[in-house]
Design a binder for this molecule. Structure first.
Ligand SMILES: NC(=O)c1ccc[n+]([C@@H]2O[C@H](COP(=O)([O-])OP(=O)(O)OC[C@H]3O[C@@H](n4cnc5c(N)ncnc54)[C@H](OP(=O)(O)O)[C@@H]3O)[C@@H](O)[C@H]2O)c1
Length: 324
């Protein structure tokens, strides 16, 4: 038996149930790991509330973690007991021990701590694909990143700045503004108090942005479209305030022949090669100092309901971890 956090019915943080579960031995292509650190993500909230559908109820929540291999399946040759590993995988993460497909695991270099790895696999890989694949940020680009002081936000802002972009971030408080400015933002907008579209126009002298990375959704739409230059790219990658409502394609025409995409990590890190490429890029960025992983909150796994409450009430900054 091991402890895990299961969701038996969708609802508020109170449906997160800390309980005993069976793990068993790893089968073909599988590895059993003892988890040391679990990363908390806003996507965990979507699965808990039912906005994103799990394959079945009950399910173990959680999508990224780091730990140590304790057993491997009969045909697994790349991993051995004692290896330090981390992964991104849909669900199953909130647990002391679990089984993971070997294909999802990456080995951790010595310079990467379990804490760093546990938040780089989902949040870091998201920042990577958004800035390097969805839109290739280059020197001179003007980039707007909403929720700039959040888990993905702080990583994305640092990386965009290192790539030579002018980075404009939106944040929900003055304390978050300071943090965003210290982590790659050239300009910060308090979007709960200020008209962020007007501020982007002012900051860019009317030139507007090449790309908008929008994980907030409902409350920043359609403002985000108005922040884009002709033929700019609207990247809608999250729903922290609720989903973007359906809109006519003609809106993209009206705002300057814009492009829009709604990407997800699974489609950018779908193969083993893509996983290793993203992990290598992240671990190298940490080693070179380009990326500083900010873990600003830690909770015991059994206190995960409190962690969800804090994340949803916008009380957290940077990455949040759970300790099994
Ligand atoms: N598509 C993908 O592949 C992918 C992968 C990973 C994450 N994501 C998305 O990226 C976003 C960030 O994820 P994260 O785990 O790093 O979370 P996070 O950014 O640490 O937390 C979400 C932030 O969103 C902002 N926010 C704005 N309106 C909000 C509202 N009504 N309720 C709650 N928060 C609100 C808050 O910052 P302020 O107070 O500064 O506004 C809050 O701190 C999420 O939307 C997530 O779904 C997408």
């Amino acid at each position: 038996m091991t402890k895990a956090v299961r969701v038996h019915k969708h609802g508020g943080p109170e449906v997160l149930t800390y309980e005993d579960v069976e793990v068993g031995a790893p089968g073909a292509g599988e590895v059993r790991i003892r988890q040391t650190v679990v990363g908390l993500n806003f996507i965990d909230v979507y699965y808990r509330t039912g906005l994103y559908k799990p394959p079945a109820l009950p399910f173990i929540a959680g999508n990224e973690a780091a730990g140590v291999v304790v057993a491997v399946g009969p045909d697994v040759t790349d991993f051995h007991p004692g290896d330090r590993v981390a992964y991104y995988a849909n669900l199953g993460g909130y647990a002391e021990e679990r089984i993971v497909p070997a294909a999802k695991l990456v080995k951790l270099p010595d310079h990467i701590s379990d804490e760093q790895a546990a938040v780089l696999m989902l949040k870091g890989m998201t920042a990577f694909y958004l800035l390097r694949k969805t839109f290739k940020v280059e020197p001179g680009h003007r980039v707007l990143i909403h929720a700039a002081a959040g888990g993905v936000g702080l990583l994305a802002c640092q990386w965009a700045k290192a790539l030579g972009a002018t980075v404009i971030g939106t944040v929900g408080s003055k304390a978050k503004a300071e943090l965003a400015l210290a982590n790659g933002c050239d300009h910060v907008i308090l979007y709960r108090d200020e008209d962020f579209v007007a501020r982007v126009k002012q900051i860019t002298d009317g030139a507007l942005c090449d790309v908008v990375y929008d994980s907030v959704g409902k409350t920043t739409f359609p403002g985000s479209l108005k922040c884009l230059r002709r033929r700019g790219l609207f990247v809608s990658f999250g729903n922290a305030s609720g989903p973007v409502p359906p809109f006519p394609l003609a809106e993209l025409n009206a705002h300057g022949s814009l492009y829009a995409t709604r990407p997800k990590l699974n489609d950018y890190v779908a193969t083993r090669e893509e996983l290793l490429e993203a992990a290598d890029a992240l671990f190298s960025a940490v080693l070179s100092g380009k990326l500083k992983v900010q873990i600003n909150h830690a909770y015991a796994l059994k206190d995960v309901a409190r962690a969800h409450t804090d994340l949803e009430s916008r009380a957290t900054t940077g990455a949040v971890i759970l300790r099994p």
